[in-house]
Ligand binder design. Structure first.
Ligand SMILES: [Zn+2]
Length: 565
């Protein structure tokens, strides 16, 4: 019978023979299936940790000499341990804001909407904006009391949130409902003229009901997030990371203000996961001095700059070499001139920064590779730039080997493939998809380093969902059978590597983290089952039982037993 991680019996110290002279470990994890990602010893049973670092990796027996009177020994009852997951491309604050905002998807009536806003209002300071999204009056079981033209009015909202302006966006994004405070703050009265292409709904007395349609929604722009909100969002985001086993994250685009916040938190030891921050664009880079590496005891590094080459595939903004299959004549959008990308690359190389450029379409990817190639040729002294392309979703066959050849890292998202692929073939047609869309294996085979991430909050932050998508290329229900373009699936080992060691390499930290070996930081995740051996359809049942960062257990599942069945 499996025992639970937290059961008191497991916390008891195992009497050890502590070798005289050797310093004992603070924490020993034993009786586990450990996947180290260390080629010299891929599998182990036990890990000893002293302070923030890994002291020893080996068998249960090997650890006995490291157990002293103060050593905590945990029997993991056969559960699995892997290096802490490292999300190579996400948006930390975005993850937090998504949690701060009121989620109105699935509300059954207006009363429920009002209730959720009331709960949020109780946690806000007066004056802070409350944002919500996802209501849809046609899906409610009954119409809102006093509805005007079918739409709810501000009255109930204003009652539960008299001091906080509220803006609630309809599910389709084409209408907002606001409360009286929001209208007051934005100076909206019965005299406010209706903008062209928009509509302000009024009641029988001619007062605005709080409902604004299309171009009129522009009248109620919420102010910027307050510092309090931003800090709260960051705290929530870090909590979510720990709950999901993410111990490091690359923030793909942080402004000067956010970098200041990171530095402040790092200096106070309040970053709970390691952050590798990419400065948002050339302006942010120019505001920085030299790269800042390992601030706050290894929790913050700022040595990368983020740029954008094109838009997204869904909205046909990805820049393609040939027109969209479902929109002939449209080849997508380049959002930054190549000259400016080149200027950014030069500046980065001159100052010892890495560059990561968002490129989705094959035209954008080619331009970025050209820019990188030219800039690197001009700066032969920069011997290890590790420039990256963020997403690298659609590639011309000729460009695939250039990643490996130029040493450009492909920072991809396994989960984007399975969420986009159902409509990606309409945009691209089958030939282009087969040639180079989400071409993970082709990149690996031509010598590229592939980093995995989630782009959260665009996708869920869950590394386990991302791992599943990367190895199966199926949606959570197992569709399509065999997966999208099954020859591009990664093996379990390869996928785990793209989520641990490779992102560490992407942040120049592969000697400090990314695998479980003596001398590296103790960033580990305890999983309820072995993700390298359970069947595909069982992968999504894996639970994170504990997350250890810098040698400290920072998260433990409150319901460990639920993951053990
Ligand atoms: Zn992103």
């Amino acid at each position: 019978m499996l025992r639970t991680l937290l059961s008191a019996a497991l916390l008891a110290s195992v009497p050890g023979t502590h070798a005289p002279g050797a310093e004992p470990a603070d924490l020993v994890l034993r009786n586990a299936v450990v996947h180290t990602m260390d080629a010299a010893r891929p599998r182990a049973e036990a890990i000893a940790i002293r302070g923030s670092h890994i002291l020893a990796v080996g068998s249960d027996e090997d650890m006995e000499s490291l157990v002293g009177p103060e050593t905590r020994v945990r029997d993991l009852a056969g559960h699995s341990v892997v290096p802490g997951f490292d999300d190579s491309h996400a948006h930390l604050l975005g993850i937090g804001f998504a949690r701060l905002d009121v989620d109105l998807v699935g509300t059954v009536d207006y009363a429920e909407v009002v209730e959720r806003v009331a709960a949020a209002a109780r946690q806000r300071e007066p004056g802070e904006w409350i944002r919500g999204r996802g209501w849809h009056e046609e899906k409610w079981t009954r119409s809102a009391p006093g509805a005007v033209r079918g739409f709810p009015t501000h009255v109930a909202l204003s009652r539960v949130s008299p001091d906080n302006p509220v803006v609630l966006t309809r599910a389709d994004g084409h209408a907002v409902l606001v409360n009286a405070k929001a209208m007051e703050v934005m100076g909206i009265t019965r005299q406010t003229p209706t903008p062209e292409g928009g509509e302000i709904i009024h009641d029988a007395e001619g007062n605005p009901t709080g409902l604004f349609v299309d171009n009129a929604t522009g009248l109620v722009r919420p102010g910027p997030r307050t510092d309090t909100e931003t800090r709260r969002a960051l705290r929530l985001a870090m909590e979510e990371c720990l709950e999901k086993g993410v111990t490091s994250l690359t923030d793909a685009g942080a402004t000067v203000k956010i970098l200041d916040l990171y530095r402040a938190l790092a200096s106070r030891g309040e970053l709970r996961i390691r952050v590798y921050a990419m400065a948002a664009g050339l302006e942010t880079l120019q505001a920085l001095g030299a790269p800042e590496v390992g601030l706050g005891g290894g929790f913050l590094t700022i040595r990368s700059v983020k740029a954008f080459a094109d838009g997204a595939l869904g909205s046909r903004g990805a820049a393609l070499l040939e027109p969209y299959a479902d929109d002939p004549g449209n080849r997508g959008l380049l959002v930054t001139p190549a000259e400016r990308l080149l200027e950014t690359a030069r500046e980065a190389l001159r100052r010892g920064f890495q560059m990561g450029t968002h490129a989705i379409g094959d035209r954008a990817n080619r331009i970025v590779l050209d820019v990188y190639e030219q800039a690197m040729a001009e700066h032969p002294g920069a011997t290890d730039p590790r420039f990256r392309i963020e997403h690298a979703q659609i590639l011309d066959e000729k460009d695939i080997p250039r990643f490996g050849r130029l040493g450009v890292l492909a920072a991809m998202q396994g989960i984007h493939c399975t969420s986009d692929r159902p409509w990606a073939s309409q945009r691209l047609g089958p030939a282009r998809v087969a040639e180079g869309a989400y071409a993970w294996r082709k990149l690996l085979e031509t010598g590229a380093r592939v980093l995995n991430g989630t782009d959260a909050p665009v996708e869920d932050l869950s590394p386990l969902e991302n791992f599943y998508a990367t190895v199966t290329r199926q949606d959570p229900s197992g569709q399509p059978p065999g997966g999208f373009d099954p020859d591009q699936r990664l093996t379990r080992e390869e996928a785990l590597r793209t989520m641990t060691l490779e992102p560490a390499y992407g942040g120049f930290e592969e000697n400090e983290k990314g695998s479980i070996e003596p001398g590296k930081v103790a960033d580990l995740v305890v999983l309820s089952q072995d993700i390298l051996s359970v069947p595909d359809d069982a992968l999504l049942k894996t639970r994170v039982l504990a997350t250890i960062v810098d040698g400290r257990i920072r998260y433990e599942s409150p319901h460990p037993a639920a993951g053990l069945r």
